[in-house]
Design a protein around this ligand. Structure first.
Ligand code: 13P
Length: 269
């Protein structure tokens, strides 16, 4: 695999992205077994050791232990793809925040559109999960985004506002979480929002955050783009002022393409 090339473009970082550190997070969804996870992390770790962005892999529950073990002593951070909001108890098939913390997991994806679409996730349950994750010291990656129908009927901002205000209600320190903007129509479809389209929505999200929680905290929050991000489009997306990284599905499953995205983020810093 090609070697990691660190960024030489620090000036841009100072001008554009202020003090926000870029994050490249993979969301594996229902892919890879535990042994494939170990192999992937071992392949990835030496190549990205000089990455200037945060490198995160969010993996299925059964892969977490192998991911954490293989990532020990590296700059790769491990996340889960969901958690339950109850402390413990009779919730067959669910996983608690304490279980994730005990394993050494640091991040957790919350409210992904696939969970909203197939598993009855609502803004209210997103809120419960987010509060529990924060209480236990996990960093939530809270996903928001409009469907094609919502976009075409001019409801994008209204939907985002609802997802953000309800989903983040009662959060005391918003800088302890990350937002991922994932237009549902761009996930796994090969249709990416153009950089200008994505930037427009990211700026709108930052404005909603500023209006709801204050301008200072909004300026500090990392907002990731997700939806068919790949090596061919990452440079342009990540160069946008309000795009602070990516939450990546398909292109995060192969070390080569994931590394290319990490290089793009380092360049864009
Ligand atoms: P793709 O990168 O495969 O479009 O998936 C995006 C996503 O849903 C990440 O959470």
């Amino acid at each position: 695999m090609k070697r990691f090339i660190p960024s030489h473009n620090k000036e841009k970082h100072k001008m554009n992205k202020a003090k926000r550190k870029a994050i490249i997070a993979g969301n594996w969804k229902m892919n890879k077994t535990p042994s494939e996870t170990t192999a992937f992390v071992k392949e990835l770790a030496p190549v990205v050791k000089d990455a200037e962005c945060e490198v995160v892999i969010c993996v299925p529950f059964v892969d977490l232990q192998n991911a954490v073990e293989a990532a020990k002593g590296t700059n790769i951070h491990v996340g889960a793809e969901n958690l339950h909001w109850k402390e413990s108890g009779a919730y067959t098939g669910e996983i608690s925040a304490a279980m994730l913390c005990d394993l050494g997991v640091e991040y957790v994806v919350i409210g992904h559109s696939e969970r909203r679409q197939y598993f009855a996730e609502t803004d209210e349950t997103v809120n419960l999960r987010t509060l529990k994750a924060l209480e236990k010291g996990l960093t939530p990656i809270v996903c928001v985004g409009e469907t094609l129908e919502e976009r075409e009927t001019g409801k994008t901002e209204e939907v985002l506002k609802r997802q953000i205000t309800v989903g983040l209600k009662g959060v005391e320190d918003l800088t302890k979480l990350v937002i991922a903007y994932e237009p549902v129509w761009a996930i796994g479809t090969g249709k990416t929002a153009t950089p200008a389209m994505a930037q427009e929505v990211h700026a709108a999200i930052r404005k909603i955050l500023a209006d709801t929680f204050g301008a200072e905290v909004a300026e500090k929050m990392q907002i990731l783009y997700g939806g068919s991000m790949k090596p061919e489009n990452a440079d342009a997306l990540l160069a946008e002022k309000d795009i602070d990284g990516g939450l990546i599905g398909g292109a995060a499953l192969k070390a080569d393409s994931f590394v290319a995205l990490i290089e793009s983020a380092s360049k864009a810093l």
